[in-house]
Design a protein around this ligand. Structure first.
Ligand code: NDP
Ligand code: GDR
Length: 342
């Protein structure tokens, strides 16, 4: 019989890639989307427009992980084999502005789904979208499944609650529940406020003379960036194992934001030169025009300075390893901007 998957957070970057992956694997896919006054399905519109992908296999339901009734009703109605909890207020900087809502969605949202599973059907497998932000002020380099946590934002703290409540329900009720501890992963469909998309789109627009300047924050933090396409494959693999477990998913390589900016500029054929220090550091183009500035408002009250993981366990058990590096990631993101232009 066809397997059924239920994805909370289907309209997000990962939700869209995961939907396509599962549809290609023959699943019936159900997604939960929030009611919104504007259309928020642009990332999954191509599923609707592709009759082969959509045909009787892709369904959307209104719901919200802050609303127990909708969580329970949808799970009861669909009775999926697998649930992927990707729903979150996922922007770290915003979690400092709306910490209570962030905790409600990112921490208690997970509890609501787990509780529904225990009441409705304990055989439903569960994937929780954990984050390298839980490592925060890192205690070890590289970070592994055994590294202790030190979150640095309401977002990181909420994800840590979700991590432990998932383990607790696994141990208490014998659920097949897995935590992915995913490092930053990007794609052409990354939200526009995250630094990679902001840089690629911003520099692309500057090149097209549609934008004069790009404003960023701390360009010296370092991230381990992968491609979302690779990472959703790892989520699925976790739920196909004999035993539930937790896995770090990353590339094992880290780069600074400044490196990412320089690489993107080079690929776009923009020559840049940095001048000044600290908040006054600015980038100038070949005509000595300032095109990038740092702005205080993009700095966070507490920063995660450096993240780099080891995917040795995922490679050993899931037979997973990344197929993209930073070069192919940036190429993919730039190609998308060109295709939009066309
Ligand atoms: P996005 O921000 O692109 O997507 C988040 C999704 O969650 C959207 O569909 C959003 O809906 C939905 N959502 C937000 N709040 C609620 C709510 N209260 N109820 C139901 N749905 C809600 O994130 P990504 O796709 O990048 O990430 C997916 C998950 O993985 C998130 O949980 C994120 O925290 C986590 N993660 C992401 C990493 C990354 O680098 N991308 C790394 C590690 C973890 P809407 O479209 O309406 O806003
Ligand atoms: P992050 O991603 O916080 O790691 O969380 P983001 O792209 O927002 O920031 C990465 C680093 O870049 C620095 N930075 C800027 N960030 C943004 N957004 N905008 C800027 O202008 C800017 N300038 C510099 C940040 O300070 C930070 O150090 C992402 C999210 O997807 C989380 O949901 C996920 O859990 C983690 O990745 C792993």
């Amino acid at each position: 019989m066809k397997k059924k998957a239920l994805i909370f957070g289907v309209t997000g970057q990962d939700g869209s890639y995961l939907s396509k992956l599962l549809l290609k694997k023959g699943y019936e896919v159900h997604g939960v989307k929030r009611r919104s006054s504007t259309i928020n399905t642009y990332r999954i519109d191509d599923i609707y427009n592709d009759p082969l992908l959509k045909k009787n296999k892709f369904f959307l339901h209104y719901g919200d992980v802050t609303d127990s009734l909708s969580v329970n009703n949808i799970i009861e109605k669909i009775r999926p084999n697998e649930i992927y909890n990707l729903a979150a207020q996922s922007y770290v900087a915003v979690s400092f502005e709306i910490p209570e809502y962030t905790s409600n969605a990112d921490a208690l949202g997970t509890l609501r789904i787990l509780e529904a599973i225990t009441k409705i059907d304990k055989n439903i497998k569960f994937y929780q979208a954990g984050s390298s932000e839980m490592f925060g002020k890192v205690n070890e380099i590289p970070q592994t499944e055994k590294t202790s946590f030190y979150p640095r934002s309401p977002y990181g703290v909420s994800k840590l609650y979700s991590h432990w409540i998932t383990i607790n329900y696994r141990e208490s009720y014998n659920l097949f529940a897995c935590n992915g501890i995913l490092f930053n992963h990007e794609s052409p469909f990354r939200g526009e406020t995250f630094v990679t998309k902001k840089v690629v789109k911003g520099l692309f627009n500057i090149k097209q003379k549609k934008q004069k300047k790009l404003f960023v924050g701390n360009i010296y933090s370092k991230r381990d960036w992968g491609h979302a396409k690779d990472y959703v494959e790892a989520m699925w693999k976790m739920l196909q194992q004999k035993k539930p477990d937790d896995y770090v998913i990353c590339t094992g390589k880290q780069y600074s934001i400044k490196y990412f900016i320089n690489l993107t500029a080079k690929k776009l054929g923009i020559k840049i030169k940095w001048k000044g220090i600290g908040i006054n550091e600015k980038a100038y183009d070949q005509d000595n025009k300032c095109i990038i500035e740092c702005k205080k408002k993009y700095f966070r009250p507490t920063e995660v300075d450096t993240l780099v993981g080891s995917y040795a366990k995922a490679q050993r058990i899931l037979k997973w390893s990344p197929t993209h590096d930073i070069n192919s990631l940036v190429d993919d993101m730039i190609d998308y901007e060109y295709s939009n232009l066309r």
